[in-house]
Structure formats: structure tokens, C-alpha cells
Design a protein around this ligand. Sequence first.
Ligand code: NAD
Length: 260
Amino acid sequence: MLKGHTALVTGSTQGIGLAIAHALARAGANVVVHGIESMAQGHAIATQVAAMGGVRAAYVRANLALADEAAGLVAAATQALSAPDILVNNAGIQYTCPIESFPAERWDAILAVNLSAAFHTMKAAVPGMRERGWGRIVNIASVHGLVASVNKGAYLAAKHGLVGLSKGVALETAAQGITVNCICPGWTDTAIIQPQIEARAAQFGGDRHAGIRDLLSEKQPNLTLLPPERIGDVTVFLCGQAGAGITGVALPVDGGWTAQ
Ligand code: NAD
């Protein structure tokens, strides 16, 4: 379905990003895996992604907390494999803390990785997409790009910002065969939520299952941690023919969270 296309997926050595890389490879796209792991570790993951879809894959390393590395990522991906006409901004970090004690350096890092990096990669990728008259940009926001929870000030600002930025770029590129959308996951079973699970489990004498049940019952009506593969499936949907008329949306994949 995506044969002949090249996807760059940020933060794709684990979690949702890796599931997206696998799904895009299975759909036939060549994939540039990105991360902050060593070149040896990254190459091993890229080799596995390539084998999954019988496609080509490469690994690029960049710290997206640094503006110049984020700005150079699309060029690095082009050099490593070929110019990406599918861009998935997935890398993200989280830190929870009440506003009065929220460390300023955590605010800066979350804004840099979760929001500014997507600005830099879209800025670099859009000119090539315009030239080719085809492009797909999928930004992994969050339910927290749509609604709030306590103690997540920086994450909320970044994810709401990403939803707004994506709508704007969608309008700027809509007439050139380019779509720009956000996926807004609810609780998904990856490393980023483990500190929150552990904190909740501590309230139940360290019972992890009780902690997860409590977190889900508070917000996510399907009472199930999403497998990261579901986000991969929706990414492929948005990149394929079915998604051609969808641009500027922030699509919840959240087990009913934002329906409440
Ligand atoms: P994860 O922690 O497994 O993955 C995050 C990825 O971002 C990792 O690959 C990591 O290496 C990368 N990353 C972090 N800092 C980076 C930096 N400075 N430079 C480059 N890469 C960096 O968690 P995940 O759940 O797979 O997160 C993927 C995305 O999904 C994030 O944007 C997250 O906010 C979003 N999300 C996750 C959930 C959830 O419940 N898991 C819910 C909503 C949204």
C-alpha cells in the first residue's frame, strides 16, 4: 500500500514509535528509524524493521532536545536512505509535577522534544513534499492535546501546541497533496507511563495491576491499556488511500477518554 514511499519516524527504537515503524514497513514503506541509542543498537533495530516488511531501513541518531539536531534530522534521513515523504513526529517525554514546583529545565526539555522538534522537522520536510505533490505528516500528540489532567503543565502545553501547529501546517499544505494530522492516544502500554503506574501502584501497596486498574477507571472507559500496535494501525490508515481526504484533524485513539 505504501510501496515506494519513505517514512521518517522519530523516537522509533521502542514503544509507539517502533510499533509505527513496524506497521509502515509491513505496509511497504521504507523506514528511517530515529533515536538516541548508539549506532550499533539503532542499526540492529533498523535491520529488524526492514525484515518485517521486506523493505529498506536505516538508522539516524539525533537528540531532539537540541534545535540544530532536530533541524538537521530530515537531511540526515535523506542521506541515510532517501527523502521522507511520510514524517511521523512521535518522540516525546513526560514529567509530572504541580506548577509551583515544576522545574524550569523540565519545561524547556518537554517543549523542545514534544513540540519544537516537530516544528523543525516539518519545516525541513514540507518543501520536498510540496515539490513531489504528495506528503503525509502524522504527529503523535495525546489526549492531553485535547483535554487536561493535573500536574502535566509542560506536557499539556506541548501537546495542545502540537495540535494547533498541525492544523496550521495542514491548511498551508492542503492544496499540494499533503495531509497533516495528529493522533491523540490515551493510556498506551509503553515506557513513558511506567513512573505514573508505579506511583499509582504505591497507593495499593505496590500492586501494579491495582494501580493500572485505578488509572484506567479514572479516565479511560474501555479499561484497557492500548497496545502500541493500535497507534501503528491508525498511522497506516492516515498515510494510505483512506486518509487522503483527512487533514487538520486531531484523532483520539483513547478508549473513550475524551468522549466524557
Ligand atoms: P517511550 O518512552 O517508549 O518512547 C518515547 C521515544 O521518544 C523514545 O524512543 C525515546 O528515545 C524518544 N526520545 C525521548 N527523548 C528524546 C530526545 N531528546 N531526542 C530524541 N528522541 C527522544 O513512550 P511512547 O509512549 O512510545 O511515546 C511515544 C509518543 O506517544 C510520545 O510523544 C508520547 O507523548 C505519546 N503518547 C504516549 C501515550 C502513552 O500512554 N504511552 C499516550 C499519549 C501520547
